[in-house]
Write a protein that binds this ligand. Structure first.
Ligand SMILES: C[S@@+](CC[C@H](N)C(=O)[O-])C[C@H]1O[C@@H](n2cnc3c(N)ncnc32)[C@H](O)[C@@H]1O
Length: 251
């Protein structure tokens, strides 16, 4: 299937690989996750995490980004005052290792679904053992580890607005006063003219999940609805960083 995308750089024709199920997605007007996996579970990540082979393929693909773009987003803001960091839906230690190399006084807890954490622990090379820990759970239904900075890398684009606000509100409650949240996403230009990668991801997350790529204003609105303030933005080469703070209580 070919999709023609008009960007500020001109008209581009890109090819994305879509399988039969994606064509059903278009025909039926909704995603076909249950049909794809032959289960009653609607959440693609819960289905994916039931197969060791699928987890391996998916997570190793995700990890590649961090050696290339990790420092762009981790060093986008001075996060050195945060000692306890939680990488929510972290997948593996790939991001956490980059984080610790930039902020060696911090500790990072990787929070993800049980089978994903099991795989991550197996791959873990214990040089930073004291700095990186793992906790398994469902970020919508289980308690989130206490931290003063929460990382949400490529998480919110998978979710509709309502679920984004529910998750951000939960993190805001768990977050220490003066703490914060760092969103890592490919952010759409305000006029939605690009970048091309954001449009491609938007198509993919709309097909398999209930998400979409968003502009900075849209992320700011979600953060504001959850109580985060002072939203700042830093554009990266591929992944961008959006940073919000929880107010410090002062008497
Ligand atoms: C697109 S991947 C991003 C992984 C990692 N943050 C990164 O950017 O490389 C989404 C991650 O969220 C995790 N995830 C999805 N739903 C979850 C849930 N309900 N609770 C905990 N983790 C979840 C998945 O297992 C997966 O590791």
């Amino acid at each position: 299937m070919y999709i023609v995308v008009h960007t500020t750089e001109g008209l581009k024709s890109i090819r994305i690989t879509l399988g039969n199920f994606h064509l059903f997605h278009f025909r039926e007007g909704k995603h076909q996750v249950q049909l794809m996996y032959g289960t009653s579970e609607k959440d693609i990540y819960k289905n994916l995490s039931s197969s060791k082979e699928d987890i391996e393929k998916f997570q190793s693909g995700m990890e590649d980004a961090w050696s290339l773009y990790g420092q762009d987003v981790i060093c986008a803001f001075d996060l050195s005052s945060f000692n306890r960091v939680c990488d929510v839906g972290g997948g593996s230690d790939a991001f956490a290792k980059q984080y610790i190399s930039c902020y060696p006084n911090s500790t990072v807890t990787i929070f993800d679904l049980p089978n994903v954490v099991e795989r991550a622990k197996k791959h873990f090379v214990p040089s930073e053992e004291d700095k990186i820990t793992f906790q398994s759970g469902d970020f919508f239904n289980d308690p989130i580890p206490e931290a003063d900075l929460y990382i949400l890398a490529r998480i919110l684009h998978n979710q509709d607005d309502e679920k984004c606000v529910a998750l951000l509100t939960k993190l805001h409650k768990a977050c220490k006063p003066g703490g914060g949240v760092l969103l890592v996403e490919t952010v759409l230009n305000e006029d939605r003219s690009g970048p091309l990668a954001a449009h491609i991801y938007s198509i993919l997350v709309m097909l398999d999940l209930e998400g979409k790529e968003r502009t900075l204003s849209e992320y700011s609105t979600l953060l504001g609805a959850a109580g985060f303030k002072d939203v700042q933005f830093k554009k990266g080469r591929h992944l961008d960083a959006v940073y919000g703070r929880k107010e410090n209580i002062s008497f």
